[in-house]
Ligand binder design. Structure first.
Ligand SMILES: *Cc1c(COP(=O)(O)O)cnc(C)c1O
Length: 465
């Protein structure tokens, strides 16, 4: 392909993108394909000779698009939002064009410096203290793994990387039973082991970790010779939005000298609104490491996870490696690959810059506030439907409900709704019962889209009972 053809197709595809977004609401939210249906339409072997772009693009429309679940659909209420606001998409086009590798300052000076400033803009936007630094990672899972490795190294006096894990006594990490599965996997991969990730029950209206049980678990572990190493707290758990009492957990961590990581992957975006900080964010400033995903609720295109660090030292002591070919000379600079596990890094900060400048923090706040209000309204509407029950009330914009009937019936309703295609919901488990999750966070959703969901639920339910 020559650059004139590139320019032609670039314009075609950008027109296609705008049309896609303008007509998105008419498509079923979840792909209506059966497993294997897409693969069976692809050639078995790669082509020997090149094909014209017309043919490639036509097949993209014909084969790929029917197999897409539309995360940007205004009636996407499943999982969590993964937004791609238009300015962040445009930034990504530029990033794709430049294709810089942002591992060292020298390999991408502008990317490194924009990243430092964007982390600091977001620190201010989330009401975190001056002096906290951070890095942009691909996902919350990677940030959490970095934090768990840091917990491990700090607790072993930074010997684990060199000597392997032959500590006296098991390293123990504590969290509530509402944490995301990325916490479990980080503990598997870091050599902590599932059995040494101690999950404690939750209590109260925000399903916060039982702090009495937390402290008792730490004391019991010390008694039998285990080594308490860290605590992972949550603001906005994936299941029902659980939020820990951050101050009390930080007090306990301080008392036992434990490293702390806070998973706010989804709910962190809402902390740009001071009124939510008051209820759910007090004490966040005391956490050694905090992760939140602007690629979820805030509107930055995937992937984009911010890891804030009080002091980058422990994580650099854990992850920094400097072979000769990565050494640079001259002034002291930041080399972000030393803060993370992958060496190669994308220029993720540009989409944050475009996003924040295009909407302003206040423009983003308005969207999030609306989502929270509309989630409360639709929860009320569903709760008023005969036989329906709100199982967990809204925490920010996430709540759960049940229709009349047993667990199997909940799944039947979810499947029927997703086959219907007008809205998209997913199920979860809470307190040993199947629940249906509902979250509002899609960037372009409207109040009508959200409230209409209750009508669709009632209508589809009528066909099942
Ligand atoms: C989405 C989510 C994660 C995982 O995020 P990735 O960026 O996909 O790794 C972790 N924790 C919570 C609370 C989440 O909502």
């Amino acid at each position: 392909m020559n650059w004139d053809e590139f320019s032609h197709w670039g314009q075609q595809i950008s027109n296609w993108a705008a049309d896609y977004h303008k007509t998105l609401a008419d498509r079923p939210v979840r792909a209506q394909t059966a497993p294997g249906e897409i693969a069976s339409q692809l050639e078995i072997a790669p082509p020997e000779s090149g094909e014209p772009m017309e043919a490639i693009m036509a097949d993209f429309e014909r084969i790929v698009m029917p197999g897409i679940t539309h995360w940007q659909h205004p009636r996407f209420f499943a999982y969590f939002p993964a937004n791609a606001a238009p300015p962040s998409m445009l930034a990504e086009m530029l990033v794709t064009t430049i294709a810089a590798q942002c591992m060292l300052w020298q390999t991408a000076p502008a990317a490194t410096e924009v990243e430092s400033v964007m982390v600091d803009w977001l620190r201010q936007a989330l009401g975190l203290p001056d002096g906290m630094t951070g890095v942009i990672q691909d996902s919350a899972s990677s940030a959490t793994l970095s934090a768990v490795l840091t917990i491990r190294e700090r607790a072993t006096g930074y010997t684990g990387n060199r000597q392997g894990l032959n500590t006296k006594g098991a390293l123990r990490i504590y969290c509530s039973d509402q944490v995301h599965s990325s916490i479990d996997r980080a503990c598997w991969v870091a050599g902590i082991g599932q059995d040494n990730l101690i999950k404690l029950p939750t209590q109260g209206p925000t399903y916060a970790i039982d702090v009495v049980a937390l402290e008792a678990a730490i004391r019991d572990d010390i008694e039998v010779g285990h080594v308490p190493a860290g605590i992972i707290a949550i603001t906005g758990g994936t299941g029902v939005g659980a939020c820990d009492d951050l101050e009390v957990v930080a007090d306990i961590a301080q008392k036992y000298d434990l490293y702390t990581h806070l998973d706010a992957a989804w709910a962190g975006s809402a902390m740009i609104c001071p009124e939510f900080r008051e209820a759910l964010w007090g004490g966040a400033d005391r956490y050694d490491s905090i992760v939140f995903n602007p690629h979820k609720w805030m509107g930055a295109q995937f992937d984009c996870a911010i890891q804030f660090l009080h002091d980058a030292g422990p994580q650099l002591n854990t992850l920094k490696i400097e072979p000769e070919y990565l050494k640079t000379t001259g002034a002291e600079v930041t080399n972000y690959s030393e803060w993370t596990i992958p060496l190669g890094r994308r220029f993720r900060a540009l989409k944050i810059w475009f996003l924040l400048r295009s909407y302003g923090v206040d423009g983003l706040r308005t969207r999030i506030r609306n989502h929270v209000v509309w989630a409360n309204e639709v929860a009320e509407k569903i709760g008023a439907m005969e036989g329906f029950e709100i199982t967990t009330g809204p925490i920010l914009s996430l709540f759960s409900f049940r229709c009349p009937g047993d667990d199997a019936m909940q799944q039947r309703l979810v499947d029927a709704l997703n086959d219907d295609g007008r809205i998209y919901l997913t199920q979860g488990m809470f307190d040993g019962r199947k629940i249906i999750r509902f979250q509002v966070g899609q960037f372009d959703t409207t109040r009508d889209d959200v409230l209409m969901a209750a009508d669709v639920i009632r209508e589809v339910w009528e066909t099942l009972k």
